[in-house]
Structures are given as structure tokens and as C-alpha cells.
Design a protein around this ligand. Structure first.
Ligand code: PHE
Length: 349
């Protein structure tokens, strides 16, 4: 009796597994569930094999070993069949995963989005490279500066009319946003022993705003202090600098000017790199572009910072970096440099 029952169970289960195997439309989840259901039905608490094993006690001692062996055989046959189906399932699962996550190495790449230096950073890099090759050291100074270094030490006393040239933003009576990188001159002269050559590129601020003036802008200060400095040294230095920056065919023009901290003072124009002096919209038809203020350091400025003006002289220059970046990249409005509009910056690559 029990023998037939066991054979029937074995046959049913094995056939059922075969059916599952053939039914390839089932998802792996569905197959796993079916396997689990069979396990419960056969080996669970009230599963068929469990029930039969429990019934062993009613079987005569002579028959018992035989029936026991038979139960074991059916049990093993069903287990083996289920295990092999489970293995197939796992394999299928892995293959599906491999197929889905396959990397197509022949697919064209999306490309790397390349950034570019901001035009002002680019000008600073170029100028510092040139100046370092000419023996200058690069220094920095604070953007929030004292009235003393920005004005007084530059021979611009409080309430003096020459302050009108550089109205800036005051934090209080003595602290302000520096209006010129010249503020680093006195700081450096106080701590350095001549001879020395320094440049200081950085941000500067003025109460000024139109298409060519921004409240924040950039300058690069240059200062050379040594014995026997003359206008000729300044001229050679600036000519070399401009030629290296804008090209060998660049010419420069000195015009007399006034700055409280230099005497004599000059303004320096360079030939327009776009039209080479012929006149174009960039230079408003003049062929020249105004770029720097410069001069021989006023002896009063040297003395205020503790340098013997009988022994030493200096020349200084202050460069507008925004203007330089605008010229080099044909940028019409200074605000484009500060808007961080990605479409504009893309064109700077
Ligand atoms: N600091 C001056 C300005 O901002 C430029 C300058 C620098 C002039 C050094 C002479 C010497 O206008």
C-alpha cells in the first residue's frame, strides 16, 4: 500500500518538476515559488513524506526497514530533482543578469566635458609667467585693507582731493575694500630690503559701474626698487612685458599723467592687437589702447615705508587685468567677466 503511494508521489512530483522546467514563460520568481510549494507539500509539517514517516510506527517490525529505505529513496529522488531545478534557476538568473548588465564596449563615448580657465585667471597666469621669467616675485595682499596702506602710505592724505580718483567701499573710517593693488607697495617695502622686484595680481574695488567699469575688477601691481632706477628701466620693462603678452609687433606709448605716489607719472598705451594700430572698433578707431598707470616711485612714498630715498629709487606700474582680458578675447562688456554665464565661458575655451 505505502509502497504504491510512495511511487505515485514520486511520479507526480517528478512530472510536475518536468512541467515547470518546460514552461519557460515562468519568471524565476514564479519557479522559485512553485519549488517552495512542493517542498511544503512534501516535506512540510503535514507534508506527504512527513506523514508517511510518522506512520512508520504502525508498520510491523519486519516490514519497517524496507519501508524506511523506500521512503528515503523517494525523499532523495524528489530532493535531487528539486535541487537540480533550483540550480538551473540560479544559472538562468545569473545569465539574465549578465545579459542585462552587459557593457557594450563598441558604443561611442559621450565625451568628456572640458572646462577652461576664466579669461581673468588666464591673463593672471600669462602675466605672472612672463614676470617670473623676468625675475619678479609674486606676492599677495589683503582685499580688505586699511586706509593707511591703500591711501596714506601712497601719499594720498585724508581729505585730499586726489582721493576723488578712487572712490571705494568703506567698512569704517579706517577699513575699506582696496581700490588699487598699489596698497601692497608699502606693505612690501616695510618688510623687504632693496633691491627687489615684486608683482601683485588681485581683486580691487571701486564705486564705479558701466560697460567698461565694474565695482570689482582686477589689477596687477609691479614694483622694482634698486639703486640707479630710471624711466629708461621702466620703459624697457613695460615694452618687454607688452611684447610678450600681445606679440612682438606691439608698440607702446607713454603719456604724461599724475598719480600721488609716482613722480613723474605716466599712462601707457599699447598698439591695438586686433588692428595693429590701423584703427578698429576695439580701439574706437585710435589704434591704441590705454592699459597701465606707471611712474617713478615718489621719494616720499619710499621714505614713509622706511627706504632711504637718497640711495634707492623705484618704478611702479599698475595694470588693468579686466581690460587686458577683454582685449585678448574681444569681449565688449566687462560684466560678461562676472556673470558666470556658462554660454559665455564656453566660448573662452
Ligand atoms: N594704482 C594706479 C591706479 O589704480 C595705477 C598705478 C600703479 C600708477 C602704480 C602708478 C604706479 O590707477
Amino acid at each position: 500500500m505505502i509502497k504504491e503511494e510512495l511511487e505515485k508521489l514520486k511520479k507526480e512530483v517528478l512530472e510536475f518538476v518536468e512541467e515547470i522546467r518546460k514552461n519557460s514563460q515562468d519568471s524565476i520568481g514564479e519557479i522559485k515559488k512553485k519549488i517552495n510549494d512542493i517542498k511544503v507539500k512534501v516535506f512540510g509539517k503535514s507534508g506527504s513524506i512527513t506523514t508517511m514517516s510518522k506512520g512508520m510506527k504502525d508498520i510491523s517490525p519486519e516490514e519497517r526497514p524496507k519501508v524506511g529505505a523506500l521512503i528515503n529513496e523517494v525523499k532523495n529522488a524528489i530532493s535531487d530533482k528539486l535541487t537540480s531545478l533550483e540550480k538551473e534557476c540560479e544559472e538562468r538568473e545569473l545569465n539574465e543578469k549578465l545579459e542585462n548588465e552587459r557593457i557594450d564596449i563598441s558604443e561611442p563615448s559621450k565625451g568628456v566635458v572640458k572646462g577652461a580657465l576664466h579669461p581673468i585667471s588666464d591673463v593672471i597666469d600669462r602675466l605672472t609667467d612672463i614676470c617670473v621669467s623676468l625675475g619678479f616675485s609674486v606676492v599677495e595682499g589683503p582685499e580688505i585693507e586699511s586706509d593707511y596702506y591703500n591711501f596714506e602710505a601712497m601719499n594720498i592724505p585724508k581729505n585730499h582731493p586726489s582721493r576723488d580718483m578712487q572712490d571705494t567701499f568703506f567698512i569704517n573710517d579706517n577699513i575699506l575694500l582696496r581700490s588699487q593693488t598699489s596698497a601692497v607697495q608699502a606693505r612690501e617695502m616695510e618688510v623687504r630690503k632693496p633691491p627687489f622686484k615684486i608683482i601683485c595680481p588681485g581683486k580691487t574695488y571701486r564705486n564705479d559701474s558701466d560697460s567698461t567699469h565694474s565695482p570689482v575688477f582686477h589689477q596687477m601691481e609691479g614694483l622694482v626698487v634698486d639703486e640707479n632706477i630710471s624711466m629708461a628701466d621702466l620703459k624697457v620693462m613695460l615694452t618687454t612685458l607688452m611684447k610678450r603678452l600681445f606679440g612682438e609687433d606691439t608698440t607702446i606709448r607713454f603719456r604724461p599723467s599724475f598719480f600721488p605716489f609716482t613722480e613723474p607719472s605716466i599712462e601707457v598705451d599699447v598698439s591695438c592687437p586686433t588692428c595693429h594700430g590701423a584703427g578698429c572698433s576695439q580701439c574706437k578707431g585710435t589704434g591704441m589702447l590705454e592699459l597701465l598707470g606707471a611712474g617713478i616711485v615718489n621719494p616720499k612714498v619710499l621714505e614713509m615705508s622706511g627706504i632711504d630715498s637718497k640711495k634707492y629709487r623705484g618704478f611702479a606700474f599698475g595694470f588693468g587685468l579686466d581690460r587686458t582680458a577683454m582685449i585678448l578675447n574681444s569681449i565688449g562688456n566687462i560684466r560678461n567677466l562676472y556673470k558666470n554665464d556658462i554660454r559665455f565661458l564656453e566660448q573662452m575655451k
